[in-house]
Design a protein around this ligand. Structure first.
Ligand SMILES: Cc1ncc(COP(=O)(O)O)c(C=O)c1O
Length: 460
């Protein structure tokens, strides 16, 4: 069956498509993507789209980076698989680790590999638990995450995720996972509350939660520097400074989830650099390999490593790892990806084009359908509203974000509707002209949906 002869309604019925309304989808079928070139992809009918979301916030170098293909082929020929268990290792995993530590926040010094962001965060949870057992604080196990945070879907990381759909009917969250406020001033501010007062309230709430639970029971706090799947929430000024003070006060570890923000997305190499975060544990995935192959990493401080090493000596082994931890082909591609970031100075490129991206994004705030536009670096979102003054969202039956997403796609650009927001996260190699192409199509899509809504209001 060639890709042109695939029927999107009948031939895909054997798949379970994640984050898809499965009932709906059986009638209509998915958009089938066939090939990619630069920041563009083509569907199986040959229509071209600018990928305004880098797939799932991940293909930082676009869809046709030859160096990554060649790195994979070379490693395939040399050694297609070897593991890191039982005192064995492989060269790409060793070289990648040195490279990652060269660019990561300075206090991180050891790396544990897996395949996905979810597994990296699951490992972070297990390491927090193992560490607190090692230092004789077996009670200090609760982990605080945030509402709207997204950390994955496995049992522990799905519990950390603070979105109802990831919990409902899955029997999540598991115990010992707590959720505190989402730092969105737009969604969470009380009437008349200043941004500063809002931020302080959230920091106080976090401290109150810790005190209520007992600081001796709280082991870690996890956060994305900028929330991605929660709707691109950029924290207000002073938020992380206040949070980190509270964590230090109660001796609580800080896990920073850099799965989306890592590798230049926010305008610095890591979200930690942009927001001055000092992680004890940091998870990375996605842009680690520009998503050409699955690989993720949980990075930890030397202090944590030392205690874990001591404890595992006592057990005999450190009994955590997966078959594909540090897979040599994935590691070789990730290593090449970071070399490209360094040689092409991807951070400087983001800093050069991001002001234009943010200017076009913020210009949308005056559109009648937009309540807020927010972003940093090359990530952003617009919040759709039916009433700017009251910030009233559209009823879910209007499917506003889906309509915008589909109209924009008609104009050759893929964006992602998330609840009432439209998210943007293009490949980091995007040019100024392509940023204009993205926003021109987004504007057209928004105008058409507005016209549609106005028409239906008249006809009611
Ligand atoms: C911030 C963040 N953490 C973790 C994950 C989970 O990664 P994966 O889907 O590779 O398991 C995601 C996925 O979108 C993410 O955005």
């Amino acid at each position: 069956m060639s890709s042109e002869t695939l029927s999107s309604t009948t031939d895909v019925k054997n798949l379970v498509h994640p984050y898809t309304n499965l009932g709906d989808h059986l009638n209509k079928g998915p958009m089938i993507i066939d090939r990619g070139e630069g920041i563009y992809i083509y569907d199986n009918h040959g229509k071209r789209y600018l990928e305004g979301m880098s797939g799932l916030w991940c293909t930082s170098l676009g869809f046709s980076e030859e160096r990554l293909v060649n790195a994979a082929i070379a490693q395939f020929k040399k050694l297609p698989y070897y593991h890191l268990f039982n005192s064995r290792s492989n060269t790409p995993a060793i070289e990648l680790s040195a490279k990652l530590l060269e660019i990561a926040p300075k206090n991180l010094s050891k790396i544990l590999y897996a395949n996905s962001g979810s597994e990296a965060n699951d490992a972070a949870v297990k390491l927090v638990w193992f560490y607190h057992n090692a230092i004789g604080k077996p009670e200090k196990k609760k982990i605080i995450s945030r509402l709207r945070g997204y950390h994955g879907v496995t049992v522990a990381s799905g519990s950390l995720t603070g979105l109802p759909a990831n919990h409902l009917h899955f029997d999540l969250p598991i115990d010992r996972i707590l959720h505190t406020d989402c730092p969105s001033y737009y969604h969470g501010a009380e009437s008349g509350e200043s941004e500063e007062a809002f931020t302080q309230r959230l920091i106080n709430n976090l401290e109150q939660l810790i005190l209520k639970e007992g600081p001796e029971t709280v082991g870690a706090f996890i956060a994305e520097p900028v929330m991605g799947a929660g709707g691109v929430i950029v924290p207000p000024e002073g938020y992380f400074e206040g949070v980190q003070k509270v964590l230090k006060k109660y001796d609580i570890l800080f896990i920073v989830d850099e799965v989306i923000c890592g590798f230049g997305r926010t305008g610095m190499m890591f979200g930690c650099d942009t927001f001055n975060l000092q992680p004890d544990i940091m998870s990375v995935a996605k842009a680690l390999s520009s998503s050409y192959l699955p690989i993720s990493a949980t990075m930890i401080s030397q202090a944590i490593y030392d205690k874990i090493a001591e404890q595992s000596d006592e057990v005999g082994v450190f009994a955590h790892g997966v078959t594909y931890s540090g897979h040599p082909i994935c590691a070789a591609v990730a290593l090449e990806t970071i070399k490209i970031y360094q040689e092409d100075n991807i951070v400087a490129h983001v800093q050069e084009v991001a002001p234009h991206f943010q200017k076009r994004l913020h210009a949308l705030a005056s559109h009648p359908l937009v309540g807020e536009s927010r972003g940093i670096g090359l990530i952003g979102a617009i919040e759709l509203t039916q009433d700017k003054a009251s910030k009233k969202p559209f009823d879910s039956s209007v499917k506003i974000e889906k309509r915008v997403q589909e109209n924009v796609a008609k104009h050759g650009v893929l964006v992602r509707g998330i609840r009432n927001a439209i998210a943007l996260c293009p490949p980091l190699i995007i040019t100024i002209e392509q940023i204009d192409e993205l926003f021109d199509s987004l504007e057209k899509g928004l105008d058409e949906v507005l016209e549609d809504i106005e028409k239906s209001a008249v006809s009611v």
